[in-house]
Design a protein around this ligand. Structure first.
Ligand code: G6P
Length: 611
């Protein structure tokens, strides 16, 4: 949801500030890519270059990377207020053209503020909510405040979510920042300082970062960082510096055509890292204890993370005597009403910043629930607000469509379910050991599943590129994986895809099935479900469906499939780990065969920081 970056550097600078911002924008492009722009302060004047289109196209047209100046800020947009256009692209400037700002988030009270500013004679150029901030700053600056005071006063008047950077032609060595509900990270470089929405934009220059907290404002210069909590006083930056382990390599394509393909193939490594990370972290056992004492357990998330949440609920139902209520984060109001002290919510979010999930978490906390967060980003908003954060260690995921973060989430949540069952005394020692042993083999299973299916996925994609609709059917523990398969192909190949419990398919969906209609069956390794699914496959085939079966190597159903996608014969509990990788490949190849860019699907953003 919009990416922002800024850099302050001195005259002796090692890197060109324009290039740093341009490259940073490319790394942040997954957050939004309908328009982009930069602002630089060069010899006392402010220069803004911006427009509609992808960053690389704008570079050719405008030369974004060529800007010089001791301070440069940049923005890549995912439109919320005002359609993607040259004029709505950030940075936005005040009436004098001497103050520029970039913003990620939503200014909720912009209408009131705008009316007031228009009355005072300000002229607005765009339809965005953001522009109001530039004019507000101008208003205070005009009445005699110094730049930082004017910036702070403007920030204290806006409501909503924001990560904002501002530069002044009259303050040529400073970038002002403010953060509430949208992520912002400072990078401490050598002879320069940076600030950006996300860590990958900083990695080429530094690993020393400060994750800003809500309510913090301040400024950076090339060798200084000043932070304060609005209305409360200064914060010592040194107390918040941490060194990130991610390498630059992990945030680049590394020889793959797309980030998504690289991230699909990184799953074995990501699963191993997550497993090792959890083994050395007492938080998993602590979380299981919290859950064992819970009055009721809820799990919430959005998009792909919701499917991981569903896997947790089904797993817990199967191995413990506890019912977990899963719900889609944006629907939280229907659930938070019933919450009372003693309840526990697990909020799953790879980014840790999804606004719907954050809001759900806050609503539950307000009503006395305890909060466990599952995220891939240390110190992001949801883990920070939780009572106990649990982390996957998938590394940076740049492709908009989640891949490795899903399988690592399901690994973590499966282990949590098993720990919960063990804590409650629901499992025999041998059962516990079997589940933990199977989950420990996740990396090996994902690796086999990928190696076996690259070629088949390409072949099936040749067929799917010609289709308009597809079903993903499964039962029981296979259902979240079927849902994830359908979501993936919908997101990046723009193919109408629906996932259904196979048993329900005869109550409606089957009406669409005719000769050649593609149906993917996700068959978990479970005799009970295999038997049921057998009937559903026959129903579909009888109507001419073209059946793709994703099933264990020892399945009894293989002769029924038109295409057999073979996955390792493991336990039912690892179904998302064995069965999802080929479904990701199917989506990937269908997308690229249709000529789309799977890393940047239209209308989608990786981190959705609006409700
Ligand atoms: C967006 C992304 C999805 C993602 C969802 C939840 O919709 O496009 O890929 O699954 O947000 O994101 P989170 O970071 O909370 O897991």
């Amino acid at each position: 949801m919009c990416g922002i970056i800024g850099v302050c550097s001195g005259p002796e600078k090692k890197f060109s500030t324009g290039e740093i911002v341009y490259k940073g924008l490319l790394r942040l492009e997954y957050r939004g890519y309908d328009s982009a722009g930069v602002a630089s302060v060069e010899e006392g004047t402010l220069r803004v270059l911006k427009g509609k289109g992808k960053i690389a196209e704008l570079e050719k047209k405008l030369g974004l990377s060529k800007v010089k100046g001791s301070v440069v800020i940049g923005h890549t947009r995912w439109a919320t207020h005002g359609a993607p256009s040259d004029v709505n692209a950030h940075p936005h400037t005040d009436c004098t053209g001497r103050i520029a700002i970039v913003h990620n988030g939503i200014i909720e009270n912009y209408r009131e503020l705008k009316e007031e500013l228009v009355r005072k004679g300000h002229v607005f150029k765009s339809e965005t909510d953001t522009e109001v901030v530039a004019h507000l700053i101008e208003e205070f600056y005009r009445s005699g405040d110094k730049p930082y005071e004017a910036f702070k006063k403007a920030i204290s008047m806006i409501k909503g979510s924001f990560a904002i950077l501002a530069v002044f032609a009259d303050a040529p060595s400073m970038i002002f920042f403010a953060k509430k509900d949208s992520p912002l990270v400072i990078g401490l470089g050598d002879g320069m300082n940076l600030v950006a929405s996300d860590i990958p934009a900083l990695l080429e220059y530094t690993r020393r970062v400060i994750t800003l907290r809500d309510g913090w404002v301040g400024f950076i210069t090339k060798d200084n960082v000043f932070i304060e909590e609005l209305g409360k006083g200064p914060v010592n930056p040194a107390d918040y510096v941490r060194v990130v382990e991610w390498s630059l390599e992990s945030a680049s394509k590394g020889g793959y055509q797309h980030f998504m393909l690289k991230e699909i193939h990184e799953q074995p490594r990501a699963l191993l890292d997550t497993l090792y990370g959890l083994r050395s972290d007492p938080a998993l056992k602590e979380a299981a204890e919290i859950l064992a004492e819970a009055r009721r357990i809820f799990i919430t998330a959005a998009g792909t993370s919701y499917h991981a949440g569903l896997h947790f609920a089904l797993t817990v139902a199967r191995i413990t005597g506890v019912l977990v209520t899963p719900f889609i984060a944006s629907e939280y109001e229907s659930y938070s009403r019933v919450v009372r002290e003693g309840d526990v919510l697990i909020a799953v979010s790879q980014s840790g910043e999804t606004m719907d999930t954050l809001k759900a978490a806050r609503a539950f906390k307000e009503r006395g629930a305890r909060l466990i967060a599952v995220s891939n980003i240390i110190d992001s908003a949801i883990p920070r607000e939780s009572d106990l954060p649990l982390y996957t260690r998938a590394g940076p995921e740049i492709g908009v469509a989640a891949t490795k973060t899903f399988t690592t989430q399901t690994l973590l949540l499966s282990l949590l379910a098993v720990e919960l069952a063990a804590t409650r005394g629901d499992l025999l020692k041998s059962e516990y050991e079997e589940y933990v042993g199977e989950l420990a083999k996740s990396s090996e299973y994902a690796s086999k599943s990928l190696a076996w299916n690259e070629g088949v996925a390409k072949k099936v994609s040749e067929m799917l590129r010609l289709k308009h609709s597809i079903y993903y059917l499964s039962r029981g523990i296979g259902l979240p994986t079927a849902m994830e398969g359908a979501l993936k192909i919908k997101e990046i190949a723009y193919l109408h895809a629906e996932a259904y419990p196979a048993g329900e398919s005869k109550h409606g969906p089957i009406a669409l099935v005719e000769e050649g209609f593609p149906v993917v069956f996700v068959v978990p390794r479970d005799q009970y479900y295999e038997k049921l699914i057998l009937g559903n496959i026959q129903e579909m085939k009888a109507r001419g469906a073209w059946v793709v079966g994703v099933a264990p190597e020892d399945t009894s159903l293989r002769d029924l499939f038109d295409v057999f996608i073979k996955v390792p014969a493991s336990s039912w509990i690892t179904t998302p780990i064995t069965h999802t990788p080929p479904l990701q490949l199917l989506a990937y190849y269908t997308s690229t065969l249709k000529g789309y860019d799977p890393d940047k699907p239209r209308n989608l953003a990786k981190t959705v920081t609006v409700e």
